[in-house]
Design a binder for this molecule. Structure first.
Ligand SMILES: C[S@@+](CC[C@H](N)C(=O)[O-])C[C@H]1O[C@@H](n2cnc3c(N)ncnc32)[C@H](O)[C@@H]1O
Length: 376
């Protein structure tokens, strides 16, 4: 099957009739990840401005090679790696067809990353990226791009798996996409720190199906120490949804909720509590989205949201709060405007349409927005 994406043309196996348009008919290609790949192409453009020495790009789990083909079109010196020989053959033929150079290699990405240094490494595995984290942070020079699709372990829905994979205690809350993203970022920051490197999140986004993060590397151990100080714990009241965050290597959970006195407090961590994106970089990436991206409109909307989203470590869901309080929900803009008029910061959060961030506590949100549903 012929696929046109972001100005490049590739062949992928035809999922409908099982026929192979390339070589292997079981080589993976997921059309629903186009937004993720469009944003990656825009990140690669914006990162070039930020770090002009960045030249080599490893598509570490290439499958059809779509990420590598797109990176080569952006002028990067591309290597596509895959364990599957059919994938390597298909990726090489796609690189050749596009004519922007690039080599596909039949290698285990972990072994390859210990052998060779790349400026940019893109991890896009099935499920968790943790089995690839050590060589990635040991050897990558400038930027790590990472997707994790194991959202249930990440957000605490499959908690034991989350604990095993990410070395922290994730909890299943009403802000599960953000819990997942911060579980992933915490594990990335800690892994990089083992190699005396700081992995600074410069852009991140999450949906129900995956978390995606871009981490800029800094070789100063002092910077790695600084980042570790932005990891810590969230304490979440299961009754009133009040939450508090504590930046610390050790948890000091409250005995009871500061808002409602409940003792049903969930403790999550250590997770990343710092900013998940750098506003200026999100804006620069947004400016690199071009009309030949199939998801241009969605990508710009997402990046616009990321550029202004508050960096509080959890988001709220208006519908969840209104249900708890027996109120009808309001239009998001009206709800946020009400908080702002009362002197709080409040922005939409990119996780979904009813998600928002604010510096108000749950009690303050309840009080300030009460007039929006006088019947309740
Ligand atoms: C989710 S797919 C990659 C999708 C692709 N990046 C895209 O955007 O369409 C994961 C790929 O990783 C490959 N893979 C799994 N383990 C690997 C390893 N240790 N080294 C290299 N490739 C691996 C699989 O063969 C599979 O093709």
């Amino acid at each position: 099957m012929h696929v046109s994406e972001g100005g490049v043309e590739i062949e992928v196996p035809d999922a409908r009739d099982g026929a192979s348009a390339g070589t292997g008919d079981d080589v993976f290609y997921n059309p629903t990840q186009e937004l993720n790949r469009d944003i990656t192409a825009a990140v690669l453009r914006a990162f070039r401005e930020r770090e002009p020495r960045a030249e080599s790009y490893l598509d570490a789990m290439a499958a059809s090679g779509i990420r590598g083909v797109r990176a080569a079109a952006e002028g990067y010196d591309v290597t596509c790696a895959d364990l599957d020989a059919d994938a390597v053959e298909l990726a090489q033929s796609n690189l050749d067809r596009a004519g922007n150079g690039g080599e596909a290699v039949h290698r285990n990405a972990n072994a390859l990353m210990y052998d060779e240094v790349f400026d940019v490494v893109d991890l896009d595995p099935f499920g968790t990226p943790m089995p690839f984290a050590d060589p990635t942070f040991a050897n990558t020079r400038d930027l790590v791009c990472v997707t994790a699709t194991d959202t249930a372990p990440l957000c605490g829905a499959h908690q034991k798996s989350g604990i095993r994979k990410y070395g922290c205690l994730p909890q299943n809350t009403d802000y599960h996409p953000e819990m997942g993203l911060r579980t992933l970022l915490g594990a990335m920051v800690r892994t990089a720190a083992r190699y005396d490197k700081a992995a600074v999140p410069i852009l991140s986004h999450a949906t129900r199906h995956y978390a995606r993060a871009y981490l800029e590397l800094d070789e100063r151990a002092t910077k790695a120490d600084e980042l570790l100080e932005s990891t810590g714990f969230v304490y979440h009241c299961e009754d009133c949804l009040h939450r508090e965050a504590e930046r610390s290597l050790v948890a000091h959970p409250p005995e009871a909720c500061a808002n409602c006195d409940s003792t049903r407090i969930l403790e999550a961590g250590p997770i990343w509590l710092g900013p998940v994106s750098e506003p200026a970089f999100a804006g620069a990436v947004r400016d690199e989205v071009t009309e030949d991206f199939g998801t241009a409109k969605r990508a710009r909307k997402l990046l616009d949201t990321l550029a202004v989203e508050l960096d509080t470590p959890t988001h709220f869901d208006q519908h969840r709060l209104c249900k708890l309080w027996g109120r009808s929900a309001s239009k998001m803009e009206t709800f946020l405007e009400t908080l702002r008029d009362a002197g709080y910061d409040a922005t939409p959060a990119h996780y979904h349409g009813t998600a928002f961030k604010t510096d108000a506590t749950v009690a303050e949100i309840r009080e300030v927005t009460a007039a929006l549903d006088p019947e309740a």
